[in-house]
Design a protein around this ligand. Structure first.
Ligand code: SER
Length: 315
């Protein structure tokens, strides 16, 4: 099947492309800065803010499914709310409209724990009032509602997950959950890391292989089993100092210190401590495979390999 991806050069894209290629799909990967194409993956430049360009590329490529990954994350979005609005809101509108008018069968949307705001039950279910405090969260909440709308009224099979903070052997860009990944990267690279969050910070996190599998399983789920368009999916919810301890077991001698950054700590404190993913489990059989320590065992060698291959992985 032909699949087009927006924001394919980001943190989710690299692992998602690998998984889709392994399933035998042909991929059109788009991003602001396209990479060199390979036999399996055609890279093309695309700014999702440019509606005419989005329409043109979807008309030309005629993909059956679109994975819409392009987004500005929470911390960057607070520094530049206009850019976050343009990419996350206008960009999502442009992609939805192009998919609808050009006959794309399915649109997969990536939402986030950032749609929630302060004062949440623990764990947090799908259906509580959404009161996001960041532009990223506002635009993701609106994107979710647009997906529900297009699914119900415009004949486009939109589906998506609310991702926890995702951790993988590649660098995210400007998220508030990045402290978790940096503990691994800097732990391996330089033996120490000063986290921008308090040691008792606790938010939902997930290892990327589980995240990618969740997205693919939801995409493949029979439509008549789905009771909603957007689903919470949960991995694990350790405190920051529990992540540090897990890193320490795999990288002996690592030193993690804490210097909370008011902007990102404020965002983290407004998010769920843990997600309730009952609906995803019931409707399409979702279950995570990795615990924190299982992720650590898998991830640390991958980071070592990347760094030994000359990857910069700095932030
Ligand atoms: N990881 C994201 C962020 O921190 C949450 O979706 O912005």
């Amino acid at each position: 099947m032909k699949i087009l991806m927006t924001g394919a050069g980001g943190q989710i894209g690299s692992d998602l492309i690998t998984a889709l290629v392994a399933q035998g799909h042909s991929i059109v990967a788009t991003d602001l800065k396209p990479r060199p194409s390979t036999p399996e993956v055609a890279w093309r430049g695309l700014d999702v803010v440019d509606g005419a360009a989005v329409d043109r590329i979807i008309a030309e490529e005629a993909p059956e499914v679109v994975y819409h990954l392009a987004a500005i994350l929470s911390a960057t979005g607070e520094k530049n709310p206009a850019l976050a609005y343009a990419v996350n809101q206008t960009g999502t509108w442009n992609v939805l409209e192009a998919c609808r008018t050009r006959g794309v069968r399915q649109l997969m949307f990536c939402s986030s724990i950032a749609v929630y705001g302060p004062g949440l039950p623990d764990p947090t279910p799908d259906d509580v009032g959404l009161r996001p405090t960041t532009m990223y969260g506002v635009t993701k909440a609106a994107g979710e509602m647009l997906c529900e709308y297009y699914r119900a009224k415009r004949g486009l099979d939109c589906r998506g997950v609310r991702f926890p903070g995702l951790i993988s052997a590649s660098l995210p860009g400007g998220g508030s959950t990045d402290y978790a990944l940096f503990m691994y990267v800097d732990g391996v690279r330089v033996g120490s890391y000063q986290a921008f969050a308090r040691p008792d910070t606790r938010v939902p996190l997930m290892y990327m292989p589980d995240g990618v599998r969740g997205l693919l399983e939801l995409a493949a789920a029979p439509a008549d089993k789905l009771t909603r368009a957007i689903y919470n999916i949960a991995g694990f919810s350790p405190r920051a100092d529990e992540i540090a301890a897990s890193v320490g077991r795999a990288v002996p001698g690592v030193t993690i210190t804490y210097q909370p950054d008011p902007l990102r700590q404020g965002i983290l404190d407004s998010w769920p401590r843990a997600l309730d993913d009952t609906c995803a489990r019931a409707d399409w059989g979702w279950a995570p495979r990795y615990t924190l320590d299982q992720m650590t065992v898998d991830l640390v060698p991958k980071i070592r390999e990347l760094l030994s291959g000359g990857a910069k992985l700095t932030h």
